[in-house]
Design a protein around this ligand. Structure first.
Ligand code: EPZ
Length: 421
């Protein structure tokens, strides 16, 4: 297994290009199942999760072509569709469950393996099942697979999510586009990836109204046509790289960055003493002189502070002046980066869903282990300012969600390399 070696201490200067959003692409790709006509995505990120989704769609009978070095994904599901999503693929990536809604809507039938838990939590699917059942599906769990049927097609309904769920909103939204009649989804997730999915579905002929406050109203149509859609900028990759100059010092411009994608995160960075400026090419981040100030963070559904940036923010706060309290409200086990940061000299106390970080002057490089996608990149960020060498092992987690991490950070002056293992 590969490792990444970081030698801390150099301030960073220059530009980092931000790719298309993994979490948008993973819901846009299954949307091809909703139409017999081709759906093409541009600005697609080059990630192993995208390859996994490609394999899953191919196993269902869709044609998926990766063009222009992976930045364009040309798909078509005009042929025979096999509505069975096998455990062997689904267990690798929870987002595989996003084929459930489209298969049900197009075929009236779907068999999708439960994804099983993952490092950050149990990841149930009860909200997906509730929402699709409200649309008229009959869903039962048998031998670890969800067997979903809607023999007479799906019917529009009013459904209020008891808890905000990104994936369940995406499955219900995609299914509702082909349901008979009107669907109203209340307390729907408002992440920018959902806005991007709605935009793509509209370009395919779906009728979707978004009140911008968590209610989606969808008028079902008989069929959707093909489209070409640019994947929205990845706000989590953006936030991750904004933290690089914040932690290491210097000034970096994030190309394609947009503040509206992560305003709550920007507010916290500014509270900590980081300067965030909008430019005509994106967002410029610089660390003013002096130490970072401690700030408190609570993760919430959008527009709140994103859970997918909690681990990375903790890396910054390890050397802040004072005590920061981070409350993880979305997942039950998302502090696995804490013991690894402690190995680098951080002072972190975790009690349940709350981590208290008491800032130290400087971290010390150490061998550490990546445990999940966002934890792995937080260790790399911590290594950028640590004294000496940090070796991050099991970096295959990184490849799921970050393209060319070493190249992007080296491009702004970081001393970082990847060692084949
Ligand atoms: C999406 O996961 C993202 N993944 C996650 O990003 C992200 O952390 C998460 O949303 C929250 O923003 C993709 O978009 C592919 P949820 P998802 O359904 O849809 C509970 C990354 O690092 N829940 O919004 O699976 C669930 O357990 C990944 O890129 C139920 O209880 O998240 C969690 O506590 C990690 N029942 C909370 O809701 C359900 O049926 C939010 O989950 C579904 C979810």
């Amino acid at each position: 297994m590969d490792s990444i070696i970081v030698n801390g201490g150099s301030a960073l200067n220059g530009q980092i290009p931000i790719a298309g959003a993994k979490n948008a692409c993973l819901t846009l790709m299954p949307a091809t199942l909703l139409s017999e006509e081709p759906l093409t995505l541009t600005n697609a990120p080059r990630l192993s999760d995208i390859k996994t989704m490609t394999a899953l769609l191919a196993s269902l009978g869709a044609e998926v072509q990766s063009l222009q070095d992976g930045q364009v994904i040309a798909m078509s599901s005009h042929g025979e569709i096999n509505p069975v999503a096998d455990y062997e693929i689904v267990r690798k990536m929870r987002a595989s469950n996003l084929v459930l809604g489209p298969l049900l809507a197009r075929m009236g039938h779907a068999v999708v393996s439960l994804p099983g838990g993952c490092a950050i939590g149990a990841r149930p699917m009860d909200l997906h099942i509730d929402a699709l059942t409200a649309l008229g599906a009959e869903i039962e769990l048998k031998d670890g697979y969800l067997h979903a049927n809607a023999p007479k097609g799906l019917k529009g309904a009013v459904y209020e999510f008891p808890l905000v769920s990104v994936g369940a909103t995406e499955n219900a939204l995609m299914a509702a586009t082909l349901a008979k009649g009107t669907t109203v989804l209340k307390n729907a997730a408002r992440e920018p990836e959902i806005g991007d999915l709605a935009k793509c579905l509209r370009s395919m002929g779906a009728q979707i109204d978004d009140d911008g406050k968590g209610t989606l109203t969808i008028e079902g149509v008989d069929r959707l046509h093909g489209a070409t859609h640019p994947v929205v900028t990845d706000r989590i990759e953006l936030g991750t790289y904004m933290l690089a100059p914040a932690i290491a010092g210097g000034e970096v411009e994030l190309l394609g960055g947009r503040r509206d994608l992560l305003d709550a995160f920007c507010v916290k960075l500014e509270e900590a003493g980081i300067d965030v400026t909008e430019t005509d090419k994106g967002l410029k981040v610089s660390r003013m002189n002096g130490r970072i100030r401690a700030v408190d963070v609570v993760t919430e559904p959008f527009p709140g502070f994103p859970t997918d940036l909690q681990a990375q923010m903790m890396a910054l706060l390890c050397t802040a002046e004072g005590k920061s309290v981070l409350e993880e409200r979305i997942f039950e086990n998302r502090f696995m980066h804490a013991p690894e940061l402690t190995r680098m000299g951080a002072d972190i106390e975790v009690h349940g869903g709350t981590a208290t970080v008491t800032g130290v002057e400087r971290l010390k490089g150490a061998p550490v282990m990546a445990t999940d996608l966002r934890a792995s990149v937080s260790l790399i960020l911590a290594g950028l300012a640590a004294e000496g060498e940090t070796v991050v092992s099991r970096v295959y987690h990184l490849d799921r969600g970050y393209e060319h991490v070493v190249g992007k950070l080296r491009g702004v002056g970081a001393s970082i390399e990847r060692i084949k293992g």
